[in-house]
Write a protein that binds this ligand. Sequence first.
Ligand SMILES: Nc1nc2c(ncn2[C@@H]2O[C@H](COP(=O)(O)OP(=O)(O)OP(=O)(O)O)[C@@H](O)[C@H]2O)c(=O)[nH]1
Ligand SMILES: [Mg+2]
Length: 721
Amino acid sequence: MSRRAIHNIPSDIGPTLGRLRVQTKKWSQKDLAAQLRVDQSRISRIESGEAPPTPAEIKAFLETLESLAASSYLAYLQKDWRILERPPLSNPDIEAIWRAEQKLQRLEVFERDRNPPAPVRAELAMHRESLEQAGTYLTRTDHELAFLGQAGVGKTTSLGVVAGLVQENPTLSLDKRLLLETGKGRITLCEVRIVSGDEWGIRIEPTPEPEIYRLVGELCAGACGDTRSPATIEEKGVPRELDRALRNMAGLPRSVKKLDGKSVINDPLIDLQRNFKTPEELASEFASRLKLWKRTKKEVWCPKGERDTQQWLRDTFARVNKGQCEDMSLPTRIDVVVPHGLLNQDTFVLTLIDTRGIDETSVRPDLRARIDNPRTLSILCSEFKAAPDASIKQLLQHLMDTGADRAIADRVALLVLPQHGDARGVTDDSGQPVENDSDGYEIKRDQVINALKLFGATGIRVLMFNSLSDSPEDFAAELIALIKRLRERQIERIDTLSKAVDQLIRNYEERAAQLVRASVNKELHSFLSNHESLPQARQQAHDFLLGQLDRAHARTVWATTRRQGGWYNLDVYYCLGAGTASETRRRSERFFLGIDAVVTTMLANEDLAAAHPFLNEVLLNIQAWKETFLETVQRSGAENFRPALQAETQLWAAAESRWGQGLGYRDDVVNLFRSWFLDPQHEGLHKALEKRVKASWREEVIDRMRAICTDEVQAATKKHA
Ligand SMILES: Nc1nc2c(ncn2[C@@H]2O[C@H](COP(=O)(O)OP(=O)(O)OP(=O)(O)O)[C@@H](O)[C@H]2O)c(=O)[nH]1
Ligand SMILES: [Mg+2]
């Protein structure tokens, strides 16, 4: 009989015991009561949750059931989680999390009993922080899978098919069977999240009203054939998917009609415009037709008794995505709730995210936010022939420039989306066409991996999926394997950390090991003394922004000036942050490459074996410090100029009103911004940013490094000095 104590009885203990009784022995409550020699009413009250059982009762209950399930549950209850939160028994990585907990407890006891000196404490703190992070990461089971990529490549189709959001009717084309709206590109209106819930439904997050009015202004300026716009601007107005939704909301949708046997577009907005003198007047009419005050509904649920729930979802989603629901506003996010698990499993709580297609630039804060989220698997979608296509290359390049290399290696996968005949069209080196799809896939995969290597992106998994002919179950299994791989990284972390902790404790009093550690510290310390300061900057934060402004469509530049810099396709502050981060990455490169070389050399030296677990940890931690450092710097770059720029009403007004005054709009805006940044009045802002960058360098990298490699002798000398 187990004598170990039971800790923190979970709140669902009663029903769990009841379930185990039925599952393992198929006993009635009466049978069990007889076995335990207690009243049946006691069992009934415990199982219903009415009376909390005592630890002794729980033990007797589970031991009487004599089964593996009951004894593992008892073992689970007997584990004493003191530092990490106890995960539910269903967590797939509970064993690894428990190992992290045990190491954390060991560290705590060691620190309390031995009271080690400051440098050892710093190392302990480093391990503790990493163990806690990995343990907490694994305790949660929610993950996101985000599909990103150019408009029209097939993001919604592949996501819909893998999520099982397809009607079974082989006579219809895939577009007509999918429950999410798809088409020939620029269809998905905004971010769409697929989540599981109790019933079929759709929730929306409405776009703020001022933003809707700005979009209307732009749509009307474009639709009017705004004669004040420069002739070179080929594309005007708002993105097509938003344009369509707004027109439907205002009851002004375009249609095709026949005139003398020819198809012509009937645009009621053009007819309406004849009654108004300026685009502003037209916009005001358009805005009032939206009747935003009536659009207050944020969710719709499938009516009870609905026979064809899938058809209901398909119709409702299409209406929401096109702005055809009278009582709903323009969504900025749509949640689709489905009453089943996702990707044929129930271990993880998944959210599948479909995003609005990349149409102009991949330098977008919303895409970056996905990639930076450690719980998200970002799936970069590319069409087959051009894979990896230009948008993906631009995104990867941007991520690498700003220091997100670890995120790329860990959390990004490339999804190539072949369509009819694409795979068979591949030829081998002798020019022979392949015999089957899977040979075509392999040749393409090889080409893609090589193309990625060319600009330094290695370790990215490349998946292929043809929504029409490949197995969605296999594709789902591949995605789940990638989620498991994300988690596997954390398990490996716990195991290497455990070794480092054991080594630290074992070596603590060993003279020889201490000497090894001292020589390692000396090496690290001497590197640090020579590389402590960050080299001069060559580029300024705004250089990157000016480049982006110069490259964007004129209408995009105009849209961003109308929003004080905050347009999703050209976010001025995000660009300032990215410019700062990429220049800082360049400035710190020598340090990071150098320290990597120093540590790797010591790792190859067998005389230093006693310090190898520590050095492995140093290597991993430096990566993490670098990432945090560059993220902090990116935020500083974005925030440093924000208050001053947002207050510059004159600058924005000048940039906005320059629109419609002939050629050279974009050049003029670039010049306006260049002058603003170079104005001696703003020198203080540049200096402040440099100060913040240097402070982060010290805090996030140098001080952390110094804390773990300064021995007492050195620390003491420093103090004296
Ligand atoms: N034959 C075939 N057609 C596909 C496949 N995947 C997508 N398509 C078609 O490609 C078109 C575009 O697909 P979508 O899923 O709407 O593309 P998207 O990337 O979501 O586009 P946006 O929402 O505009 O960014 C649709 O007509 C799809 O039916 C496929 O595997 N095979
Ligand atoms: Mg789509």
